[in-house]
Design a protein around this ligand. Structure first.
Ligand code: SF4
Ligand code: SF4
Length: 376
C-alpha cells in the first residue's frame, strides 16, 4: 500500500481509504434488514491486512446500522490499526446537547471511546452558519481537548463560495470533498482543492468515481481509455488522476465486494503524487471532453428563466437530461418532478421563459425532447 504523509497532522495515511457505506445488506432471522456482517467484516479486515489505515463511516449510513457493523469488524485488535472517521449528522441539530448525545452514541456503536477523524457531515453554507451559531466550534474544541477526537473535520456539498467561507471559518484538520475528473468545476471543484492545499488542510476525496459512473463508462469513453493504455481500467484512470494531486490525503472508495476490495488494493499501490505523465493527463482531459460532447443543452443553471408560471423546473430538467446522456444512464429522479407536476409536460408554451434566457434557447421545444427522453 502507498501512504501519503499529512504534514499538518504528522501522520501517514493510506492512499486507499475504505468507504464503508456500500456494504451489502441482508435479512436477519426476524426478517429485519441488516448489514451483512460476514462480508463487511471480511472486506474491512482484508483491506486493513492489505495496508489500508483509513476507514470512513457515518451515523446515517446503512440506515443507521453502518457504525455498529464497522465496530464489530474492528474488534480483535483491528481498531488500533486504523484511523477511524465518522460523521456527525447536523440536519436535525438543535444545540450542543444533541451534538454530545450523538457523539456518545456513535462511540458506543463503534465500540470505541475515541474517534480519529470526526467530521461535521454534509456541510453547506447555510448549515455551517446554523451549527456555528449552535456552538459546533466549541464542541469540536472540547472533544479535541479531552482526547475524544483527534481531528476536527467536515464533509462538504455546496458551491465554491460556501466552501471558502467554511474552510476559512475554523481551524479544520481535514476536509472531505466530492472531486473527480468530471467535477473539476462542480461544488468546491479544483479551485477548492487548491485552496485547501494553500491553507495546509488535507483533502479526503469522496465520489471519486461519481457514484460508479466513472467505472461503468459509456463505450466511446471506454475505447478512448483503452486506446491510450489497454491495461488500465476506467477505475484506475479515475483513481490515478486523483492521487496525482499533492493536496489529496486519501481517496475513499466505497466497496461492496471482496473483488472490488482486492482490485482497489492493487490499483492504489500503483498510484503516487505527480505520477501521471503529460500524455496521461491529456487522455483524461480528452475523456472529459467526450463526456461533455454528449451534453444535450448547454444550460448554465443561471435560473433567469425561473419561475415558470406552470411550475416547470426548467434548469433542473435540463440538468437531468444532460446527466442522463453524459453518463448513459436512466435518471429515475425525474419521476419525482412528474409526481409534483413540475415536469416538462406541464409546459403550455407561453414562451415567457425564452425572453429571459441569455442563451436564447427554444426552451419549450427542448423541454419536449427532454421529457420524451427522461420519461421513457
Ligand atoms: S414556455 Fe413553458 S416552461 Fe417556459 S414559462 Fe411558459 S410554461 Fe413555463
Ligand atoms: S435561463 Fe437559460 S441558461 Fe439559464 S437556467 Fe434557464 S434555460 Fe438554463
Amino acid at each position: 500500500m502507498k501512504y501519503r504523509h499529512i504534514e499538518k497532522l504528522g501522520i501517514d495515511v493510506s492512499a486507499f481509504g475504505l468507504g464503508c457505506m456500500r456494504f451489502p445488506m441482508t435479512k436477519d432471522e426476524n426478517g429485519r434488514e441488516v448489514v451483512d456482517e460476514k462480508i463487511s467484516t471480511e472486506i474491512i479486515r482484508a483491506c486493513i491486512d492489505g495496508g489500508v489505515n483509513y476507514l470512513d463511516t457515518a451515523y446515517v449510513y446503512s440506515n443507521g446500522l453502518n457504525e455498529h457493523y464497522v465496530g464489530l469488524a474492528l474488534r480483535d485488535g483491528y481498531r488500533e490499526k486504523v484511523y477511524l472517521a465518522t460523521k456527525l449528522p447536523v440536519w436535525d441539530c438543535d444545540g450542543k446537547d444533541y451534538m454530545y448525545e450523538k457523539f456518545e452514541e456513535q462511540c458506543k456503536r463503534l465500540g470505541t471511546d475515541y474517534i480519529d477523524f470526526y467530521l461535521v457531515h454534509c456541510l453547506t453554507g447555510e448549515k455551517w452558519r446554523k451549527v456555528k451559531d449552535l456552538g459546533i466550534c466549541e464542541f469540536l474544541d472540547d472533544l479535541k481537548a479531552k482526547g475524544r477526537i483527534k481531528y476536527a473535520c467536515f464533509s462538504f456539498h455546496d458551491n465554491y463560495e460556501a466552501f471558502e467561507e467554511i474552510v476559512t471559518g475554523y481551524d479544520w484538520d481535514m476536509c472531505q470533498l466530492q472531486f473527480n475528473y468530471m467535477d473539476i468545476e462542480n461544488q468546491a471543484g479544483l479551485k477548492g482543492v487548491k485552496l485547501a492545499g494553500k491553507l495546509g488542510i488535507p483533502v479526503v476525496i469522496m465520489e471519486g468515481l461519481l457514484g460508479g459512473k466513472l467505472a461503468n463508462v459509456p463505450s466511446d469513453v471506454k475505447e478512448h481509455f483503452k486506446a491510450a493504455n489497454p491495461n488500465m481500467t476506467p477505475v484506475e484512470w479515475a483513481f490515478r488522476w486523483l492521487c496525482n494531486f499533492p493536496e489529496v490525503a486519501t481517496v475513499l472508495s466505497g466497496v461492496s465486494t471482496m473483488e472490488q476490495a482486492l482490485d482497489n488494493l492493487a490499483i492504489f499501490d500503483r498510484t503516487a503524487v505527480g505520477i501521471m505523465s503529460e500524455a496521461e493527463l491529456q487522455t483524461v482531459a480528452e475523456a472529459r471532453e467526450i463526456y461533455r460532447k454528449r451534453i444535450k443543452v448547454d444550460c448554465t443553471g443561471c435560473e433567469y428563466c425561473m419561475p415558470c408560471p406552470m411550475g416547470v423546473e426548467i434548469p433542473k430538467i435540463f440538468a437531468k437530461w444532460n446527466y442522463s446522456y453524459m453518463y448513459d444512464i436512466k435518471d429515475g429522479s425525474y419521476k419525482k418532478l412528474v409526481e409534483e407536476n413540475k415536469d416538462a409536460s406541464q409546459c403550455i408554451e407561453c414562451r415567457a421563459c425564452m425572453d429571459k434566457c441569455p442563451q436564447g434557447f427554444d426552451i419549450p421545444e427542448m423541454l419536449k425532447s427532454a421529457h420524451e427522453h427522461l420519461n421513457a
